[in-house]
Write a protein that binds this ligand. Structure first.
Ligand code: CDP
Ligand code: CDP
Length: 221
């Protein structure tokens, strides 16, 4: 599988990774891995089962045997469509906490590597370029100011009819950034050789075009 191209897209919450990675995958006809969904699925399973969030061993076991699948853009857990359930704030926060546990990260490696299938993969998350696909021919670190990202999350929530408060969003975003950046294992940092793209003043399509240009250039060299 080492010859199958991977585009690794990492970055902080609400930087546009999911949107951009998805569109790039569509344009190239590549598979898409939303690695954050795997941490969210583990968190959702744990919350539903009442697993002790301090029990690393039990959480790793859950992660290792996640009965999940991704079909038609939906996230399925034991035959149930949990696409919306995994997006809940509580699930995201729990995901970011359990993502700091080495055994949980380790348990999810094989599942992530399995997404690398012909003709190619676009993978988004926090450690796609640093840990999971360190030899990816293209690595991108997407970022944007805290204010721009909070604005995006706010708009996403309001569009979905979910009430949102800008101050809470800013605080939550900073707490999440802090945890993801300062954890001991697989912290959020640009991978070696990553192209850093600050999208504070860009729309998603402009970011997609940049990534496609870099990819075309990487394939030529
Ligand atoms: O996956 P991640 O948390 O990084 O972000 P997302 O869920 O893709 O959300 C980003 C939101 O900002 C979406 O509503 C996008 O339409 C919007 N957006 C973007 O993705 N990229 C920009 N350059 C500007 C806005
Ligand atoms: O949508 P948002 O960017 O906030 O989060 P996500 O990509 O769905 O990931 C949820 C949480 O899982 C993040 O806050 C990270 O702590 C963790 N995560 C990770 O540690 N490594 C990844 N490759 C992806 C997500």
């Amino acid at each position: 599988t080492h010859s199958i191209p991977v585009i690794a897209i990492d970055g902080p919450t609400a930087s546009g990774k999911g949107t951009v990675a998805h569109r790039v995958a569509d344009k190239l006809g590549f598979h898409y891995l939303d690695s954050g969904a795997l941490y969210r699925l583990t968190a959702l399973s744990a919350l539903r089962r009442g697993t002790d969030l301090a029990d690393e061993h039990a959480l790793a076991k859950l992660a290792e045997h996640l009965p999940c699948s991704f079909t038609g853009g939906n996230v399925i857990l034991s035959h149930e469509n949990v696409s919306d359930a995994i997006r809940a704030e509580l699930v995201g926060n729990t995901a970011s906490k359990i993502a700091a546990l080495p055994s949980v990260r380790h348990a999810l490696v094989g599942l992530q590597l399995g997404f690398r299938k012909a003709p190619g993969l676009v993978a988004d998350g926090r450690d796609m370029g640093t840990v999971i696909f360190p030899h990816a021919p293209l690595k991108v670190f997407l970022t944007a100011s805290v204010a721009a990202r909070a604005e995006r999350r706010y708009k996403q929530l309001i569009d979905k009819g979910i009430p949102a408060n800008m101050e809470d969003l800013l605080m939550d975003l900073q707490a999440r950034d802090d945890r993801d950046t300062h954890r001991a294992i697989a912290p959020l940092v640009p991978a070696e050789g990553a192209h850093v793209l600050d999208t504070s003043h860009m729309n998603a399509d402009q970011a997609v075009d940049e990534v496609l240009k870099w990819y075309a250039a990487a394939m030529k060299s």
